[in-house]
Design a protein around this ligand. Sequence first.
Ligand SMILES: *Cc1c(COP(=O)(O)O)cnc(C)c1O
Length: 377
Amino acid sequence: MIEQHSTAIGDGTRCVHAGRAGDGIGEPLHAGPVFAAAYHLGPPEAPTPVDFYGRSANPTWRALEAAIGELDGGHTVLFASGMAAVSATLRLLCRPGSAVVLPADGYYLARALATEELAPLGVQVREVPTAGPWPSSLFDGASLVLLETPSNPRLDVCDIAELADRAHAAGALLAVDNTTATPLGQRPLALGADLVVASDSKALSGHSDLVLGHVTSADPELAGRLATARNRGGAVPGPFETWLAHRGLGTLDLRLARQAENAAALATALGEHPGVLEVRWPGLPSDPSFELASRQMRRFGGVLSFELPSEAAVGRFLATSSLVASATSFGGLSSSLDRRARWGDLVGPGFVRMSAGCEDTADLLADVLKALDAAAG
Ligand SMILES: *Cc1c(COP(=O)(O)O)cnc(C)c1O
């Protein structure tokens, strides 16, 4: 794996210290959240302080924005959810008469937002599968290209650097939904993307206990416009969720390491099991995404997908497993799986996205093998 972002310190150290300020004597080692709607302004002639009203800015956001911005390599603006981040980006950068290019196999609500709400305003919506092909005229007349790599839920991968060049040549900006990879798994800005959008409800915060999102841009002016859009949109993240996410971020390196170790063991075992139709994990050497993912990603993460023959087989799997929960979302401490046909994804009835958690590898493997045997029987 290549190191795209030369830095003297390692991922673990960066996660533990990112965005942590204030080492004055008597200050807390890790400050708590600041709960405030209004702040003291002082006399009328005093300049307005940075923090004056909780919807516009506050110290708890700033600390996490500094942390994620350091890991993404740009200027971060937090949003109340991943969808709020996607929505702000699309609404700011799509224009009537221009086109937006979206992954046909990407997060379903981003596509629904574009086709149901932006297309009626005159935005031309073009969808392309992440695995391609990417026709040469695809970006003509586009103002924004959104990639999702690895894509959710099928985990296909596309070439960020090549598509960024092509988008820029056509005059479009390129955004990457980096939710599945996280900033430790992939640094789209270093590969030429203009924006990273992400849901921090998943592995970045990592404890399945909050909903949050962010956008990071290399361009401070664009980040400023997104912060203005957040203030005008008005649906902002709360300080408590923000603080919890910052607390979770401290262990991202540790969690991802265990999750990837578990995903590697599971992907291999699933691939050898006769009851499994197909398994996808970008880190599996036989995976169609492996070569590109190895070049582009810094690590592979804990999300994999596989297909059982039927909905009933998934039911037997879940009834037998004692460690794998049936839940949507991914990236948390505990392993879970989600049968995607439930949500209308265009996949087989037994297709599941699985999130490998932080359990001991031997325990998880034994549990899943037992559940697979039950699913086959
Ligand atoms: C979950 C997810 C989103 C939406 O994020 P929320 O925090 O649930 O609003 C967007 N993109 C991808 C790839 C996701 O997995």
